[in-house]
Design a protein around this ligand. Structure first.
Ligand SMILES: Cc1ncc(COP(=O)(O)O)c(C=O)c1O
Length: 395
């Protein structure tokens, strides 16, 4: 591959200065949604928190996503406005009572997550006596063992098995439809984590006296191919299907999953400008308070490439540390990130696989904020390079 690539349909000379651009690969997002839906033995919903950009949502919807895991009334309102026929699931286990009430009565939401009996009482009271309980599904979130993933969520949400079982029984006895759900933690690279989780859910059902469950929602957590060694979504789906069959859950028990990262990670990148090269430190016009926070949390695994309108001679690769534009010294990603040594002040670089928890995490800290989005046709450089490598490996 050449040292500098061009981003399809973007002219850097017309891009202007100082403002990073979020590139949206619509075809990649759509194809990923179609692929995950083909692989999963149930319904795939999308966790909106991961990336709520309307253009991203459009691409997923074009790929057949019609169910959305929403965590707030704001997300529910936005999804309902953009896709009036979509189904929102209110999967945050802790919700303000007015949000519960409005979700049901104003937006027709009929699925709510919970992990504590006080939340159950709150939901019952907020819905009121006229709610049609037999059409409302309450999904009990089961706590997962810690330490299974890079980003564990169990410290915050999920009921221990005994409490989850009592809650499940309570939901059933009160005349609601029943569900169990969990989240193994984000960026999970071990398919066995889902077997462990399903076993825990089956145990909860047994402890609750085998009350039937209508929905088993295996959450998100599926990885993106940052390292290239992560199991594919298909491997997780196969494992989940096999374990689910083996455990013999009682009830209609339709399977759902709610990926964020695995659906959108590959479908976006950022185009950032080098404000200064100081030795092998690159000061960029975006950083961890903008769309690049995952670079610091997850490490130097994101594909990175010089994209330049100027002629660039082939040059060896060097190791770089990245700094963002704010004055805070934590606004940095130590890397090392591998990039051509030809990079210099004023150049633009594209950082790939930034669809998950990137633009969603942006702040306006120090006045730096980019809201520039550009839909790009075709495939991004990291996918083309991966395809090229596998052709070369096969030859
Ligand atoms: C309830 C719930 N579902 C799904 C997701 C999406 O997780 P991921 O992006 O790891 O797939 C999250 C992320 O925090 C979540 O809290």
């Amino acid at each position: 591959m050449p040292d500098a690539a061009r981003v399809p349909n973007i002219s850097l000379s017309k891009t202007g200065h100082e403002t990073p651009v979020h590139l949206i690969y619509h075809d990649v997002l759509k194809a990923t949604a179609e692929r995950l839906r083909r692989a999963f033995p149930g319904e795939v919903m999308y966790a909106v928190k991961c990336n709520d950009n309307p253009l991203v949502l459009d691409a997923l919807h074009a790929g057949g996503i019609a169910h959305f895991d929403t965590a707030s009334l704001t997300e529910i309102a936005a999804i309902t406005k953009q896709f009036p026929n979509a189904t929102c699931h209110f999967m945050h286990p802790v919700k303000p009572a007015p949000a519960i009430r409005s979700a049901y009565w104003d937006y027709g939401v009929k699925v709510f997550a919970l992990d504590h009996e006080d939340e159950f009482e709150k939901i019952v009271e907020a819905l009121g006596p006229n709610a049609k309980r037999h059409k409302i599904l309450l999904s009990v979130r089961v706590q997962m063992p810690a330490g299974q993933t890079v980003m564990c969520l169990s410290g915050k949400f999920g009921a221990p098995l005994g409490e989850a079982a009592a809650l499940l029984k309570k939901v059933h006895d009160a005349g609601f439809k029943t569900g169990l759900t969990f989240h193994v933690g984000s960026y999970c690279t071990d398919v066995k984590a889902y077997s462990v989780a399903l076993k825990r859910c089956r145990r909860v059902q047994a402890m609750a006296g085998e009350v039937p469950i209508d929905v088993l929602d295996v959450g998100g957590g599926f990885p993106c191919q940052y390292l290239g060694t992560e199991p594919a979504f298909e491997a997780f789906a196969e494992k989940i299907a096999a374990k689910y069959r083996k455990l013999g859950f009682k009830g209609p028990c339709k399977l759902f999953c709610e990926p964020g990262r695995a659906l959108v990670g590959d479908g976006m990148s950022m185009l950032v400008q080098v404000d200064l090269r100081r030795r092998n430190d690159l000061f960029l016009n975006d950083g961890i308070f903008g769309g690049l926070s995952e670079l610091r949390f997850l490490g130097p695994y994101f594909p990175i490439k010089l994209v330049s309108d100027r002629p660039v001679e082939p040059c060896p690769t060097a190791e770089f540390q990245l700094f963002g534009p704010t004055c805070d010294s934590i606004d940095s990603a130590p890397g090392p990130f591998l990039l051509t040594d030809a990079v210099r002040t004023g150049d633009w670089i594209e950082i790939g696989r930034l669809g998950a928890y990137s633009n969603a995490y942006r702040t306006r800290f120090n006045g730096f904020y980019s809201d520039r989005y550009q839909v790009v046709k075709g495939h991004p450089f990291w996918m083309l390079e991966a395809a090229q490598t596998s052709i070369e490996d096969a030859a």
